[in-house]
Design a protein around this ligand. Structure first.
Ligand SMILES: CC(C)(COP(=O)(O)OP(=O)(O)OC[C@H]1O[C@@H](n2cnc3c(N)ncnc32)[C@H](O)[C@@H]1OP(=O)(O)O)[C@@H](O)C(=O)NCCC(=O)NCCS
Length: 327
């Protein structure tokens, strides 16, 4: 993966700890054993220590050196409960209400990050996206200057000319119906994330219309969002609204919008909503042979990422490195 080696180098200089909320999942344990062998990322595995040890032994995963924490027997649970009540005090959270909530791996793990016990978190091997993301939204919260948490996928494949072809797509996983201003924020965050992966972002706001070829409120939304984003980020190359072919094919772009600069060369794609985005990245992954890394959550105060429930151990390993490198 592009820049993957540089992420590993960065972590070797400055090792991190990462919480895995599903500590007894065989895929997590395989990835954790690989991380432990490499020595730049310490896994904190949440769950029943006996079960974790049994599954690791059965699968031949050496997890010596991993920190195992069972939220149900955590000696400093009072601190976690009190910290959670403080964060949720505007909701009237009491210790009695908090205890069962923070005893769940997704909330407990997020509290470890919030309390500085871990640097970052990777969950979602069995939790749904919503159940992984919700504790982050409630506890870690949106970073100053941002109004939403969003997400992007980084897609990588070997280019026909050799080397890697890397593109970014947002928001394919969090905001279901983003409005114009939220799309501007998604554009900025996705472009910044693309840079981390070595992409010089050229942004296309995607639609079923190119430069007003169709009329619909959804078209207007993407057109206006592209204009607002251009004004907000004058140094970022942005075009829109564009159909996908006009965004990536120089021939189509020359026919439809000959004066536009990004059209035909886009590498950072902003989708009108989660339907389009989620379907779009999966088409690229399944039919276009791209490896998909994400969803990478954007706009949070600390790196928390979500796995696909269909993930394999190698994807867990890669996403753990990506997550920690963002810490
Ligand atoms: C992200 C998501 C889980 C939030 O849903 P939810 O928990 O039902 O949302 P709620 O409205 O109850 O909000 C919960 C909290 O998160 C906050 N929140 C919700 N969406 C947010 C966003 N995009 N950015 C920042 N905060 C957000 C709310 O303000 C609320 O905070 P509070 O409890 O402190 O008041 C929801 O948008 C979702 O399900 N998205 C799609 C996920 C998905 O299935 N993706 C496809 C698979 S990859």
């Amino acid at each position: 993966m592009y820049s993957f080696d540089s992420m590993v180098k960065k972590l070797k200089k400055n090792p991190k700890t990462i919480v895995f909320t599903e500590g007894s999942d065989p895929r997590i344990l395989e990835a954790a054993s690989k991380l432990l062998a490499s020595n730049f990322l310490t896994p904190i595995l949440l769950g029943d220590p006996d079960e974790i040890t049994r599954v690791a032994e059965e699968d031949g995963d050496n997890i010596r050196g991993a920190v195992i924490i069972d939220p149900k027997n955590y000696e400093k649970m009072d601190d976690v409960v009190n910290a959670f009540c403080e964060i949720r005090k505007s909701k009237g959270m009491t210790p009695e209400q908090a205890l069962p909530i923070v005893s769940q791996g997704n909330y407990f793990g997020t509290m470890l990050v919030q309390m500085g016990i871990a640097d970052c978190l990777l969950g979602g091997a069995t939790y749904s996206t919503a159940d992984t993301v919700r504790p982050a939204l409630q506890i870690i919260k949106t970073k100053p200057g941002n109004s939403i948490v969003s997400s992007c996928f980084i897609l990588v494949r070997t280019a026909a000319t050799g080397g890697n072809e890397v593109v970014a797509m947002g928001d394919c996983a969090i905001n279901i119906h983003p409005n114009e201003d939220e799309l501007v924020e998604i554009c900025h965050e996705t472009a910044e994330c693309a840079k981390v992966f070595g992409v010089e972002p050229k942004v296309a706001f995607l639609s079923f219309s190119t430069n007003g070829s169709a009329k619909d409120p959804d078209v207007t939304k993407m057109r206006n969002a592209a204009q607002k984003a251009k004004q907000a980020y004058p140094d970022l190359p942005i075009d829109g609204e564009l159909q996908f072919d006009a965004a990536v094919s120089p021939v189509v772009a020359r026919t439809k919008v000959p004066d536009w600069k990004v059209a035909g060369h886009a590498n950072t794609f902003i989708f009108p909503d989660i339907n389009a985005g989620n379907i779009g990245y999966k088409i690229a992954q399944r039919f276009g042979n791209f490896d998909a890394y994400g969803p990478i959550l954007l706009g949070l105060n600390a790196p928390i990422n979500d796995l696909s429930r269909g993930c394999n151990a190698s994807e867990v390993y890669s996403m753990a490195i990506v997550t920690a490198a963002l810490a």
